[in-house]
Design a protein around this ligand. Structure first.
Ligand code: RFL
Ligand code: PHB
Length: 388
């Protein structure tokens, strides 16, 4: 088997890259470890930056997004029993769109299948070889047989636990990492959102986030211990804790059946550079942000937008400049987004190690944000997305 770009991973990064390459007339093969059903129903992110939305719409993926995406023109920060709204539209002229990551994945898979392009689910024993030659290879097993895929370029879009980053020899990558001393317990519940925008609540008991997926489905998160036992959380305990942390006079959550629960560890992680020879890392394979800034999916999209441009120049004109600049171009954005995600996380969560002084600093930061148009604008322009 032979292709121009071998793509490992059918998450948003791998699938969108394949889509952008197809539009540029470049062949690719996507290899995915999981089943189609699994990747299409994996509940993850929910907030699209305006640049992500624009890219999806401008490349023909806007039909359902336009119908089902919920435009949000602001978010609420809730602390001290009060709300402060960050008005994205007034401060930046932009909005974000609430649209599930799994729908983005479904839309991309549908487009690839409609064009009859190769995507192999349940590929096992995937391994990458000869990365520093101009004929890198991917070996894998599929439907009971061993295969080899000869490529010009390999895109490692296989997420944080994939094989591509670890195929890079020791000593090449520099790793930067922070692991936070808490996780998020997330639920999906069949209930109407209590407000029409997201609420980020900072409370002495810990952080809570009230998000949504549709007018009938809410996505709610509670800060918890990193090794929290989900069994110890009855539905009643979850609702009581959410209510306590989001309390405000006149506010009540709508409850409904909890249809999914998960535990998300919180980590900031960057591997530099994002390239080794003919292997290019994109998305979570190269970096992880804590979800407080709603950035992971958007960062994956930004990476592959840069990579697709570089690959187009490389294959059309033999011009390697875009590929040579890929890592530095992406990392410039990655570090800004890391800063924002770290800052949101640090400002809004309860840290058991904090001294009373540090708690005052957190509260003063929130008060300053609430009272300053300059500080609110800084949050808003990062949240809606820095320019691509
Ligand atoms: P993915 O989505 O992890 O996809 C990688 C794919 O590679 C496959 N794979 C392999 N395939 C072949 N061979 C192997 N050896 C393989 N190993 C792995 C995997 O099965 C998978 O299909 O990475 P990608 O494409 O880089 O996309 C990144 C995003 O998924 C991630 O950053 C976001 O979900 C993060 N995130 C959020 N991002 C946002 O922009 N906005 C949000 O609101 C937001 N909320 C979240 C989030 C992530 C969360 N969790 C669960 C981590 C909320 C949560 C709770
Ligand atoms: C979500 O809806 O899943 C979501 C929203 C905002 C975040 C993180 C997750 O910051």
């Amino acid at each position: 088997m032979r292709t121009q770009v071998g793509i490992v991973g059918a998450g948003p990064a791998g699938l969108l890259l394949a889509h952008l390459l197809h539009r540029a007339g470049i062949d690719s093969v996507v290899l995915e470890a999981r089943s189609r059903d699994y990747v299409e129903n994996r509940i993850r992110a929910g907030v699209l930056e305006h640049t992500t939305e624009d890219l999806l719409i401008s490349t023909g993926l806007g039909a359902r997004l336009r119908r089902e995406g919920l435009p949000h023109r602001g978010v609420h920060l809730r602390f001290g029993g009060r709300d402060h709204r960050i008005d994205f539209a007034a401060l930046t002229g932009r909005h974000v769109t609430v649209y599930s990551q799994h729908k983005v994945v479904q839309d991309l898979i549908a487009a690839r299948c409609a064009a009859d392009l190769p995507i192999l689910f349940e590929a096992t024993d995937v391994a990458v070889h000869d990365l520093t030659t101009d004929r890198p290879r991917i070996t894998f097993r599929h439907a009971g047989a061993a295969h080899e895929l000869a490529c010009d370029i390999i895109a490692g879009c296989d997420g944080f636990h994939g094989i591509c980053r670890s195929a890079i020899p020791p000593g090449v990558l520099r790793i930067f990492e922070r692991v936070y001393p808490f996780a998020w317990l997330g639920i999906l519940a069949e209930a109407a959102p209590a407000a029409d925008e997201l609420i980020y609540a900072s409370h002495d008991r810990g952080f809570a986030l009230l998000s949504m997926r549709s007018p009938e489905l809410v996505r709610l998160y509670l800060q918890c211990a990193p090794d929290e036992d989900l069994e110890a959380w009855s539905d009643d305990r979850i609702w009581a804790e959410l209510a306590a942390r989001s309390a405000r006079p006149g506010f009540a959550l709508n409850q409904g059946p909890i249809v999914q629960r998960s535990l998300t560890p919180m980590r900031s992680f960057v591997a530099e550079p994002m390239r080794h020879g003919r292997l290019f890392l994109a998305g979570d394979a190269a970096h992880i942000v804590p979800p407080t800034g709603a950035k992971g999916l958007n960062l994956a999209v930004a990476d592959v937008a840069v990579l697709a441009r570089g690959l187009e120049a490389f294959f059309r004109r033999g011009d390697p400049a875009g590929l040579d600049a890929y890592s530095a171009t992406c990392l410039d954005r990655v570090w800004k987004v890391q800063r924002f995600s770290w800052w949101m996380t640090s400002m809004l969560h309860r840290f058991d190690s904090h001294t009373p002084f540090e708690r005052h600093m957190q509260r003063a930061e929130l008060d300053y944000l609430a009272g300053s148009a300059a500080a609110s604008t800084a949050l808003a322009e990062n949240y809606v997305g820095l320019p691509l």
